[in-house]
Design a protein around this ligand. Structure first.
Ligand code: ADP
Length: 457
């Protein structure tokens, strides 16, 4: 109604389209992961990095379209592709395509779904819910951005929603300024998904790197051997973690590839046991879908010589940023629990789970732990109460088990309430690996365990 009353105005702010797309995909990542769908984002290298427009509204349209794509797809993948449609000296028209491999939409329904409260098939309301408003709003926002929205779809095959938008150029289009440590380096991409390979190739091109693409382990090793025969080597390899745990170590065992840095892209369900064999330090893990800025930073960190890296204060994105910890995770939501366990295990930690505060207290009475991750809202005994009970038990023992609160409440003052209850740190849900690992690093003791069972005291 705000749009229809002509009251919606777009902002004109700095906008990094790669970041906005990455954000939108990360918002939908858990839903996609639950359904086993691959999320891919591909931004053509000629799309300018620095634009001006309304990042919030652009994100809203993308979250909406990606949300629908996830909702109406049971297997396969969802790709957001961004390309440059036209450019003038002051503005760029971008074309966004959100492609899914879902149920599709019959041709005779493809027009009406953009109208308010319309769905392709009214019986889907029962199955999928929804209001029929998302596309109407997205379509108006696309128009406000100076573009339009449309769909191409085939029932049973999938749908691609397209929209365009005009954005101001924050600087004249010029030869790209590639990040210095990356320019001209050679990377190997190993992924069995062709769309993901293409997306990574475009990402590498926009960093000024060359890409060699391999769809399977054998061809990856073959490409490395060929390079070795020429006396060359890949500076980095970006490897889908599903392609096999040992590949990292195998690449690095090949002649001249001892220094190859490996970036492992892991689905949320990957496990630390699948990790790097003896490749150890040279492997960095990133959770999918990683934003391009995160990928780029991870490559810069990996490829900056060690002495330069310590003098710069670029944050390390490695998930293995602190020693392996014994973690007690109290979280009642099954999905959040699985996500957190997935991340923690990728980071090499050992996790024990509890479904409420009372269970957490019982487990603490029985075992040794270095740190506790405590959901605040839980049935039976919530996190606040459990934290107070832990501190009461510890009083006078000199023991202090670090407790990190996890909560969906981002309201002001909430953090103080957690700290008052005796917690040491605070992260917000949905859980993202960088925040989680930063909190662990900040609060985990240098040596453990901090908690020994009360029975042993
Ligand atoms: P809602 O999803 O709340 O019903 P939308 O306006 O976002 O509302 O979508 C309208 C209708 O368009 C949906 O109910 C569905 O029938 C159809 N639709 C939208 N996106 C897709 C998609 N990716 N695949 C199949 N059908 C879709």
């Amino acid at each position: 109604s705000k749009i229809e009353a002509g009251k919606m105005e777009l902002e004109n702010l700095d906008l990094d389209v790669r970041d906005v797309v990455g954000d939108a995909l990360q918002v939908r990542a858990q839903d996609a992961w639950k359904k086993g769908l691959e999320l891919i984002h591909r931004v053509r290298p000629d799309v300018p990095w620095r634009l001006r427009g309304d990042p919030g509204r652009l994100r809203q349209v993308l979250i909406n379209l990606v949300g629908n794509a996830v909702k109406f797809t049971t297997q396969g993948e969802i790709e957001v592709l961004v390309s440059l449609e036209a450019a003038t000296p002051t503005a760029a028209t971008l074309h966004f395509a959100v492609r899914d491999t879902g149920i599709g939409i019959p041709v005779d329904k493809q027009g009406c779904i953009f109208e308010s409260f319309r769905q392709a098939d009214s019986s889907t309301t029962r199955q999928y819910g929804g209001t029929g408003l998302g596309l109407a709003i997205s379509s108006q926002l696309a128009e406000l951005m100076g573009g339009r929205i449309w769909v191409e779809s085939e029932p049973g095959v999938g749908s691609t929603f397209h929209f365009t938008g005009v954005f101001e150029l924050a600087e004249p289009i010029a030869p790209p300024a590639y990040p210095e440590p990356l320019r001209g380096l050679a990377a190997l991409v190993v992924d069995d998904n062709p769309a993901q390979r293409a997306a990574l190739a475009d990402f590498l091109a926009s960093c000024g790197m060359t890409a060699t693409l391999a769809a399977e382990v054998d061809s990856a090793l073959h490409a490395c051997r060929l390079a070795s025969e020429r006396g060359e080597s890949f500076d980095a390899a970006i490897v889908d973690a599903d392609m096999g745990p040992a590949l990292a170590a195998e690449i690095r065992r090949l002649p001249s590839h001892g220094d190859c840095r490996i970036l492992m892209l892991a689905g949320l369900a990957a496990h630390a046991d699948d990790t790097d064999g003896d490749a150890g330090q040279q492997v960095q893990w990133l959770a999918k879908p990683a934003k391009h800025s995160q990928l780029q930073q991870a490559l810069i960190t990996a490829l900056t010589p060690a002495d330069a890296a310590t003098s710069s204060n670029t944050p390390r994105l490695s998930l293995e940023s602190c020693r392996p910890l014994r973690i007690l995770l109290a979280e009642d939501g099954e999905v959040n629990r699985e996500v957190a366990v997935g991340f923690l295990e990728i980071g090499g930690h050992q996790v024990t789970t509890a479904e409420n505060g009372r269970e957490a207290l019982t487990l603490l009475d029985q075992g040794e732990f270095d740190i506790v991750l405590m959901d605040v809202e839980m049935p039976e005994m919530d996190g606040m109460e459990a934290a107070r009970a832990i501190r009461r038990k510890e009083s006078g023992t000199g023991e202090h088990t670090p407790i990190i609160a996890m909560t969906a409440h981002a309201v002001q003052g909430y953090k103080e309430r957690c700290l008052d209850a005796g917690m040491d740190g605070y992260i917000t849900k949905p859980i993202w690996p960088e925040e989680l690992f930063a909190a662990l690093k900040a609060h985990a003791p240098a040596e453990g365990p901090t908690h020994i069972p009360t029975s042993a005291l």
